[in-house]
Ligand binder design. Structure first.
Ligand SMILES: NC(=O)c1ccc[n+]([C@@H]2O[C@H](COP(=O)([O-])OP(=O)(O)OC[C@H]3O[C@@H](n4cnc5c(N)ncnc54)[C@H](OP(=O)(O)O)[C@@H]3O)[C@@H](O)[C@H]2O)c1
Length: 383
């Protein structure tokens, strides 16, 4: 039996992770989990999986739950995420499916407990890749991606040696606005932005896909996970979301990984790695697909993807600023406080105006992340 410590149980990835582990009750046991605001769902998970420890977003919700479930340990807030990730002295997997930079510190706590990390929360590597990767090595833990593109690349990399890779190609569906011009984007609504053509995901990553910053985060994630130079990591529009990632080797051979767009496939691959079990998920019907299309990624059309290459070349605190400004801007967009294109303006101006810090410490990252978010909220919400 493997212990599972799950951050972000009430999210899109969290729920699909619970679905997968409930199919393997003989292999996995949910020891601890977190939700932020979805207390009703936390109660369902407690009743179904009988965990030992749970964390919620705020103190009052925790007190309520303590009355209802006296035999369970509870925690809350930022410390709660650390408590979930480092709960107990047994081994097991941290599945990090929380949203945003909140995933960084608990990931570090789990690595220090010598726990393998199954990572959906790409923001952890965007803001903390320089700190996380040496810790993964030092504590000799495994860091496996849940992101479908990175799961694909991990599988494609099994075909050759790292030195033989000529490029990595991360595919992108193109997001909700793939057929709109920049002029059209001036008047798009939140509802349109949230309507992703291929994937059913949490609202923040759906907006990140529409602005294409999500691909920017993914090139940074790939850079750290696979240790491949940034100039060898490319993106390509592939509308069908059937090929999730490709690796080209020196001899011109390209290995691609295909599957229908269902996040349970990469979640299960990470959980069972390297074993492949039979499952009931839908399989590809090639006769129905008929066509797999590819289009060049237009960096003028998606400036945030270009900035992602810039910030990871410079490094220091810039990736943290890039991510924090985006988190704040997406939150404002979801609250109808700003228009879609203002997300880009906020991120670009925050990165342009930032003073860099070479080799930031964890406390630098936490401080700058908070400062950038507060500055943007003050400017647009007056608080
Ligand atoms: N969805 C996908 O298909 C997909 C694919 C690849 C990678 N990812 C990555 O996986 C992560 C999760 O994505 P998602 O789509 O599952 O997100 P989501 O549906 O929005 O869920 C986010 C989860 O994090 C919790 N949460 C949000 N803000 C928090 C905070 N400040 N502190 C503590 N918990 C917080 C939420 O709790 P409540 O709901 O209880 O408030 C929820 O459990 C993201 O990093 C995303 O980029 C997602």
């Amino acid at each position: 039996m493997k212990n599972i410590y799950l951050l972000g149980a009430s999210g899109s990835i969290g729920k699909q992770t619970l679905d997968v582990i409930s199919r393997y009750q003989d292999k996995f046991i949910l020891k601890s989990f977190s939700v932020n605001k979805n207390i009703a769902f936390a109660k369902e998970v407690i009743n179904k999986f009988k965990p030992e420890m749970v964390s919620v977003g705020n103190y009052d919700d925790m007190l309520q739950l303590k009355i209802e479930f006296p035999n369970i340990l509870f925690s809350f807030g930022e410390q709660g995420l650390i408590d979930v990730a480092s709960y107990s002295n047994e081994d097991g997997y941290l599945v990090n499916a929380v949203m945003g930079s909140a995933g960084l510190v608990p990931t570090i706590a789990a690595i220090k407990k010598k726990r393998d990390i199954l990572l959906a929360n790409k923001e952890t590597l965007v803001v903390g890749g320089e700190i996380i990767m040496p810790l993964v090595e030092k504590y000799n833990v495994r860091l496996l991606p849940i992101d479908s593109e990175h799961s694909a690349i991990l599988q494609c990399l099994l075909s050759g040696k790292k030195e033989e890779v000529s490029r990595i190609i991360i595919t992108a569906s193109g997001g909700s606005f793939r057929d709109k011009t920049r002029k059209d984007l001036k008047k798009v609504s939140k509802e349109e932005a949230l309507n992703h053509p291929n994937w059913d995901m949490g609202s923040k990553i759906t907006i990140d896909s529409a602005t294409m910053i999500n691909k920017g985060f993914e090139i940074i994630e790939a850079y750290y996970l696979f240790g491949i130079e940034i100039d060898k990591i490319e993106t390509l529009i592939h509308r069908e979301s059937i090929i999730h990632g490709m690796v080209e080797y020196n001899d011109g051979t390209v290995i691609a990984q295909m599957a229908i767009p269902d996040m349970r496939i990469p979640i299960e691959y990470a959980l069972l790695y390297p074993i492949r079990n039979k499952n009931e998920y839908k399989k590809i019907d090639f006769e129905k697909i008929r066509n797999l299309s590819f289009e060049k990624m237009d960096l003028e059309r998606f400036p945030l993807l270009k900035i992602a290459y810039d910030v990871i070349r410079v490094k220091g605190i810039l990736p943290t600023v890039f991510n924090a400004a985006n988190e704040a801007a997406v939150n404002l967009f979801l609250k109808d406080k700003i228009g879609f294109l203002e997300i880009e303006n906020i991120v670009i101006s925050s990165v342009n105006n930032a003073k860099n810090i070479i080799k930031p410490s964890i406390s630098d990252i936490i401080r700058v992340d908070k400062m950038i978010k507060e500055e943007i909220n003050r400017k647009y919400e007056g608080k």
